[in-house]
Ligand binder design. Structure first.
Ligand code: SIN
Length: 315
């Protein structure tokens, strides 16, 4: 898919351009261990990945899973939105074949480049029979993460990826792979969406902060979205003025989901905010960017708020 793992040097070596090298140039020499083939779905910096790219990728992955001709699938991807693509795939791809996303925090020409090590580790996980049936995993820095929890939590550094709620689900050392716990439940799986539906649900993320001008919330509502995810302060909160705008939107049919901008922890219904009274949903453990993906897909199946809320619950 591109990203820093497929980058070339630029600006005299001080910088780099992500998503340039083709997959054929990235495949490691693993003869005698694995047979690896590559195909290019797109080649871009992940800040530019679109819904269309997601569905094209999901279509290819599902095709390979269904064909039963591969033991595992690795997707190389830019790290900036890697967690979003991983979660999207987790919700739409069906089957037992391991699907593993990986990337690089440093380009190949940098000292201590991590791309090749990550790719080899991802291949080890994808080839591991114990990875089957675990949904989509992310492998970075010798750790395996579940798609729903993993986040890029630092702008630089090879340790940038973490699972802030549950910790990594597994580890990789060379060809050895292990898992710490059973796969988490996945309350929503969407079938039959192999392309972008014309009426794909439009979901926006509203970022809260101290003294957020309610007219910003009003401007979001005026865009007539299907849903708004509030990246709220603390437990998914915002000022009464902002909440009033969102309550009004909920009453007129917009699905409002309260998530938190804190980076970890659970947003709980009806504690700080009367969600039942206001018609709000909560994101539970999902980050705002993942709550948006889940809501976008769930809205293609139902508009029933009780059913939608259950899609966010892991327990
Ligand atoms: C990108 O996300 O494409 C650029 C950054 C990276 O891959 O680390």
């Amino acid at each position: 898919m591109g990203g820093t793992i497929a980058a070339t040097a630029a600006r005299g070596g001080a910088g780099y351009v992500a998503g340039v090298l083709p997959i054929s140039r990235l495949l490691p020499d693993v003869q005698g261990w694995l047979r690896v083939d590559g195909e290019q779905v797109c080649n871009t910096g992940s800040q530019a990945v679109t819904y269309a790219d997601w569905f094209r990728l999901a279509d290819r992955v599902q095709h390979l899973v269904d064909g039963a001709a591969v033991d595992g699938i690795v997707v190389t991807h830019g790290t900036d939105t890697l967690e979003e693509t991983a979660y999207f795939l987790d919700l739409v791809v069906h089957g037992e074949v391991p699907v593993v996303l990986t990337g690089a925090m440093r380009p190949a020409h940098a000292a201590g480049a991590d791309g090749m090590a990550n790719l080899r580790a991802a291949l080890a996980v994808a080839a591991a029979p114990r990875a089957a049936g675990r949904g989509v995993l992310v492998v970075m820095n010798e750790q395996a993460h579940e798609a729903w929890d993993v986040q890029k939590m630092a702008t630089t550094g090879v340790h940038a990826f973490a699972s802030p709620n549950c910790g990594p689900v597994g580890w990789v050392r060379g060809r050895d792979v292990g898992f710490f716990h059973a796969p988490s439940p996945r309350p929503l799986r969407v079938a039959g969406l192999s392309t972008l539906p014309a009426q794909a649900a439009r979901v926006l993320v509203l970022y809260a902060h101290g003294d957020l001008d309610p007219s910003v919330a009003r401007a979001f509502v005026d865009l007539a979205p299907d849903g708004i995810v509030l990246a709220g302060v603390g437990d998914g909160n915002a000022s009464e003025e902002v909440l009033a705008v969102l309550s009004e939107a909920a009453a007129s049919g917009v699905t409002i989901v309260r998530a938190s901008r804190t980076g970890s922890g659970r947003v709980i219904r009806n504690v700080e905010i009367d969600d039942d009274g206001r018609g709000f949903l909560v994101a539970n453990y999902l980050s705002p960017q993942k709550a948006r993906i889940l809501l976008m897909l769930a809205l293609t199946q139902t508009r029933d708020r009780a059913v939608l809320q259950r899609c966010f619950m892991l327990d």
